[in-house]
Design a protein around this ligand. Structure first.
Ligand SMILES: Cc1cc2nc3c(=O)[nH]c(=O)nc-3n(C[C@H](O)[C@H](O)[C@H](O)COP(=O)(O)OP(=O)(O)OC[C@H]3O[C@@H](n4cnc5c(N)ncnc54)[C@H](O)[C@@H]3O)c2cc1C
Length: 483
């Protein structure tokens, strides 16, 4: 059952200020170290969830082996170290309430920087049908088809405000309570109930979706949980932490803190659970044996894995049906400050394949722009994914040059990352469709024999990186209880 306590960042953080404290919460005392040739637990996936589970288990004396399919650590944390300022192609902002994330960076002495404020430096100017529309022009502009009460708001802010105003959850953690089923409806239904037309929904929610592909395929219940969770970050000082050198440093340092090295390049294709133990099959024929397995993989990856015995029907359905967000980023560097030439904001909210363009300020001097990221989401990402990476990068540059002539010859695309095309992720993160929160969320984190599941999609009280850490912690405690 969800707690009635709305945890603040501080309460989570102080409660889990050390692994020892975490273990004592679970009523555990450290176990003696086991012989190195005996594996207690195999953890599959060296992202935040798997690594957190592995560290917690090791600290309690269990022998743990971590298997990773890629040739790098970190999963959906990906810092672009060859782009100025090391922008993130994956998880970026660590907020005030990220107790577990902040705790691990402190315990492992990972240098962090607070970027709060850097993102608020300029406003996002709107580009519709090739026309730039400033904040001042928007309320009376001919393209502003919003209802009277909403005309002064930028289209990108309308969904955030509307969903916040209509949020029925007294406590955001109520989202996984069965009594919340009536709220597991589409965002489209919420907009319609509030009197918006299809054109107005297209201009606001669908233009650069924050989840899903359109207001039809996203659960308002997930968005209301998200709204409450994000609001809880306001309980503390403005916080947008990131690791110096890139957030990927965090899982890399966690992996180095393990007693044995992560087994890299081992793509898992099957997991067996028997009365005697568990076995993990890799594509290259390697088989790992342990008492228990922690599976820290994203749902789309599990669509191609064999579970023996087969998973319960509700869990199988979740694996095959819960979509992961299509997100493709193009990273750009600027040869000259084109925004000084036209004196417009460097940040852009567009209806082109460039989507939502953010000026990154990742140098120590936070007034200097280090690079740009064009975030293509939903259908926009799917469009970019239809062409080759080179064509995708060229397409984004040419669209920006078209809508903003001062960019011409000044912007160079240096990196493209499609999360949907990434076979070790299958998308950016889980986006629950209407009805899926109440149908599936309770099932995806349930153990199956000796197989325990974690990963951001199984988190109940947090999202993103902190959700991944929460889920790894829960899976570790489950295993400790079971062994
Ligand atoms: C573009 C983007 C922006 C984001 N922004 C934010 C943000 O601002 N704030 C925030 O909190 N979160 C953000 N997130 C989300 C956050 O990064 C993720 O929720 C989190 O990193 C997920 O961690 P995880 O351990 O659950 O999964 P993953 O990091 O995906 O870990 C799973 C691991 O399993 C491995 N694996 C996959 N398949 C196999 C296989 N068959 N065999 C072996 N190994 C396999 C993967 O390679 C990976 O290392 C963002 C994510 C993206 C992509």
């Amino acid at each position: 059952m969800p707690s009635n306590n709305k945890f603040t960042g501080f309460s989570r953080r102080t409660a889990l200020a050390s692994t020892a404290a975490a273990a004592s919460i679970a009523g555990l005392s450290p176990k003696p170290l086991r012989a190195q040739n005996r594996t207690d637990v195999v953890v599959i996936g060296a992202g935040l969830a798997g690594l957190n589970a592995a560290l917690l288990l090791e600290e309690q004396g269990y022998n743990v082996q971590v298997i990773e399919g890629r040739d790098r650590i970190g999963g959906r944390l990906l810092s672009l170290r060859d782009v100025p300022g090391n922008p993130e192609a994956g998880g970026n902002g660590i907020g005030f309430g990220y107790g577990r994330m902040i705790d691990i960076t402190e315990r492992l002495n990972i240098p962090m920087i607070n970027n709060a404020g850097r993102r608020q430096i300029s406003s996002f100017e709107l580009y519709l049908d090739g026309e730039r529309i400033s904040d001042e022009q928007w309320p009376t502009h001919a393209k502003n088809i919003l209802p009277d009460a909403w005309r002064s708001f930028s289209p990108r802010l309308v969904p955030l405000i509307l969903l916040s105003q209509t949020n029925p959850l007294a406590d955001f953690e109520d989202w996984y309570d069965a009594k919340s089923k009536p709220y597991d409806i589409s965002v489209y239904d919420v907009f319609k109930r509030e009197g918006f037309t299809d054109e107005q929904i297209d201009l606001t929610f669908n233009l650069n979706v924050s989840y899903g592909t359109s207001a039809h395929d996203i659960s308002a219940l997930m968005m209301w949980f998200n709204d409450g969770w994000v609001a809880s970050m306001d309980d503390g000082p403005p916080t947008q932490l990131s690791a110096i050198g890139g957030n990927m440093t965090i899982p890399e340092t966690m992996a180095r803190a393990l007693q044995s090295e992560v087994h890299m390049g081992r793509e898992v294709v099957g997991i067996r659970s028997t009365n005697a133990g568990a076995e993990v099959d890799c594509l290259d024929g390697t088989v790992y044996r342990a008492k228990h397995v922690v599976c820290a993989l994203p749902l789309p990856v599990m669509r191609y894995m064999k579970f023996d015995p087969v998973l319960p029907s509700v869990h199988s359905k979740a694996i095959s049906m819960v979509p992961y967000f299509a997100m493709t980023q193009v990273h750009l560097v600027s040869k000259e400050p084109f925004w000084e030439a036209d004196e417009w904001s460097p940040d852009m909210w567009t209806d082109t394949v460039a989507g939502h363009v953010i000026a990154n300020r990742h140098f120590l001097d936070n007034t200097e722009i280090s690079s740009f990221t064009a975030w293509a989401r939903g259908f926009t990402a799917l469009k970019l994914d239809q062409v080759s990476p080179e064509e995708g990068m060229a397409w984004v540059v040419s669209e920006l040059e078209r809508i903003r002539p001062s960019c011409k010859g000044k912007l160079e695309a240096v990196h493209i990352k499609s999360w949907l095309r990434d076979s070790f992720a299958g998308g950016d993160y889980a986006v629950w469709e209407p009805g899926q929160v109440t149908d599936f969320l309770h099932a995806v984190g349930k153990p199956h024999g000796r197989i325990h599941f974690c990963g951001e999609h199984t988190a109940l009280s947090n999202r993103g990186m902190e959700g991944a850490m929460e889920s790894g912690e829960r899976a570790a405690f489950e295993v400790m209880d079971a062994i």
